[in-house]
Design a protein around this ligand. Structure first.
Ligand code: 13P
Ligand code: SF4
Length: 436
C-alpha cells in the first residue's frame, strides 16, 4: 500500500513555535492552554493527562506512567535534539523504523520513516518484519496495535508512556463486559444466530480502544474499524448480525451508521454508568446500532457556528471534517473523512481552493505548508493540539533512540498473550476491510 512520504516543506510556524509565540506575547493567536508551551515532562509525574483539550479527562488507574525523562533531554535545545535524533537513527540504520501519526508535532514528524493515519501505520508495522524496533510516535493504543501486528522479537516503543488517548480510555473492559451481560439478559444468548442466520449483536470497536477491548471484540465475533474503513466494517457487520454495539466513539458510530441509512431513533446511547445503558429493554430490542458513550475531546471542539463563520468569510470555502466530530458538524460540512481522506481531498484539488478543516491542528498546519497553492485553515480559531499526541516531544524520541543505540529498549509496549490472540483476530478482520 502507498504511505505518504515525509513532507519536504517545514511547517512555518510549527504548532510548537506558535504556542511559544502566544505565551511569549509575540502572537495575537490564542490557545486552549498556555501550559502546552511547557515541556511535557513538567506533567509526567502528575495524575491526569496534563494541559490541553483533554485536561478534564482522567487517566485510568491502570494506565502506564512515564518516569522522569533524564535532564540532558529536558534541557537540550531544538537543534541539539534534532542532531541527536538524526545521529541515533543513522547509527541504528534498518534496525529501527520510526512511525509518525499525522497529529504529531512537526519537530517529531520530520524524523518519521512513515507518516500516516492509524490504518496506514498499522500496515507499516506489519510490513517491517525485519526491524528490531518500531518506535511509534503516536498514542498508546496505536503502539499496542503495532505490537499485535509485529513479530514476537520486535520491540514496539512508545517514546512517552503518558501519550494515551482519552477517548480510548472511555471504554473500560469491565464496563464493556458488564454491558455484554446486560444485553444478553435483554436479547437472549448472544452467540446464537436466529432463523435468518443473524447473531443478535456484533461488537465493533474503533481502532482508538485498548487491546483488551479489541480482544473482547475478537472473542465475540466482532471486528475493529478505523475512520477510513468504518463504513465497510459496519456493512459487513450487518451481513452477520441484527445489531451492532459500537465503541468507544459515539460520533464516528452515529455518523457512519447514519450514512448507511440507519435511522437515528434506532441508535440508542449506552451510558455505562446507568442500568441498561440508560435505555429501556424495548429500545434495545428495536435498536440497530448501540452507541457507546465516548467522544474525542479534540473533535468535540468543532461547531456548526465555526462552519457558518467560515462560509460567511469565504463564500467558496470547502469544509472537510473528521467523522469524530458531532453529527451536526458533519452534516453542516461539505465532506467528512479520515485524516488520510482529508489529505487526499486537498491533494486532488486542481484549482486553488480555500479549505476549512475540522481536525487536529498539527495536520492542518502541515497541509497548509505542503499545499501553498491553496488557502487551508483550521475551523477552530484556537491553537489546541491533541494534548496526548503532544506528549511525544523530540526529547523523548532522542532518549528512546539513544537507549536503543546503547542496547536497551525502554517504554516497550507488550500486549499479554491471552489478550493478543483474540485481538489479532479482530484486527486481521479489519485489515481485510480496505477503506472505500
Ligand atoms: P485516523 O484513524 O484518521 O488516523 O485518526 C486517529 C485519531 O486518533 C483521530 O482522532
Ligand atoms: Fe484520541 Fe482524540 Fe487525540 Fe485522536 S485526537 S488520539 S481520538 S484524544
Amino acid at each position: 500500500m502507498s504511505i505518504p512520504t515525509i513532507p519536504v516543506r517545514p511547517i512555518d510556524p510549527s504548532v510548537e513555535h506558535a504556542l511559544q509565540a502566544i505565551v511569549g506575547g509575540a502572537s495575537a493567536e490564542s490557545t486552549c492552554s498556555t501550559d502546552l508551551a511547557a515541556g511535557p515532562w513538567d506533567f509526567d509525574t502528575r495524575p491526569g493527562y496534563g494541559p490541553g483539550s483533554s485536561m478534564g479527562d482522567v487517566i485510568p488507574t491502570g494506565a502506564p506512567r512515564q518516569g522522569e525523562l533524564p535532564v540532558e533531554y529536558r534541557e537540550a535545545g531544538e537543534d541539539e535534539l534534532d542532531a541527536r535524533i538524526c545521529a541515533a537513527k543513522k547509527a541504528l540504520g534498518d534496525r529501527v523504523v520510526v512511525l509518525g501519526h499525522f497529529y504529531q508535532r512537526e519537530e517529531v514528524v520530520r524524523h518519521a520513516d512513515y507518516v500516516g493515519d492509524s490504518f496506514q501505520l498499522a500496515n507499516a508495522a506489519l510490513e517491517h518484519p525485519d526491524a528490531e524496533a518500531i518506535v511509534f510516535c503516536g498514542v498508546h493504543f496505536m503502539a499496542e496495535t503495532a505490537d499485535l501486528l509485529s513479530g514476537p522479537d520486535q520491540a514496539v516503543l512508545l517514546p512517552n508512556l503518558a501519550a494515551g488517548c482519552s477517548m480510548a480510555d472511555m471504554a473500560d473492559i469491565d464496563q464493556v463486559e458488564d454491558c455484554w451481560e446486560q444485553l444478553a439478559d435483554v436479547l437472549g444468548p448472544l452467540d446464537e444466530a436466529d432463523e435468518d442466520g443473524l447473531l443478535p449483536v456484533i461488537p465493533v470497536t474503533y481502532m482508538n480502544s485498548s487491546a483488551a477491548i479489541k480482544g473482547f471484540v475478537g472473542r465475540h465475533g466482532g471486528i475493529v474499524c478505523t475512520s477510513s474503513n468504518a463504513r465497510t466494517v459496519l456493512e459487513r457487520a450487518f451481513e452477520r448480525g441484527r445489531r451492532v454495539l459500537f465503541f468507544p466513539d459515539q460520533h464516528l458510530g452515529r455518523n457512519t451508521a447514519k450514512a448507511i441509512g440507519v435511522p437515528l431513533d434506532l441508535m440508542p446511547l449506552w451510558n455505562p454508568r446507568r442500568p441498561l445503558g440508560g435505555s429501556s429493554a424495548d429500545v434495545l430490542q428495536n435498536s440497530r446500532v448501540i452507541l457507546w458513550h465516548g467522544f474525542c475531546s479534540v473533535h468535540r471542539r468543532f461547531t456548526v457556528a465555526q462552519i457558518e463563520q467560515a462560509r460567511a468569510e469565504h463564500p467558496a470555502v470547502r469544509v472537510i471534517v473528521h467523522p469524530e466530530c458531532p453529527m451536526e458538524v458533519v452534516d453542516a460540512a461539505d465532506e467528512a473523512g479520515s485524516t488520510d481522506f482529508i489529505r487526499k481531498a486537498i491533494d486532488a484539488a486542481t484549482e486553488p481552493t480555500t479549505f476549512a478543516i475540522g481536525t487536529e491542528i498539527n495536520l492542518v498546519r502541515r497541509l497548509a505548508a505542503q499545499y501553498p497553492q491553496h488557502e487551508i485553515f483550521c475551523l477552530d480559531p484556537v491553537v489546541c493540539p491533541c494534548s496526548t499526541m503532544y506528549r511525544i516531544h523530540p526529547g523523548y524520541l532522542a532518549w528512546v533512540l539513544e537507549e536503543l543505540v546503547a542496547g536497551r529498549a525502554p517504554n516497550r509496549i507488550r500486549v499479554s498473550d491471552d489478550v493478543a490472540q483474540p485481538a489479532r483476530v479482530a484486527l486481521e478482520r479489519m485489515l481485510a476491510a480496505r477503506p472505500r
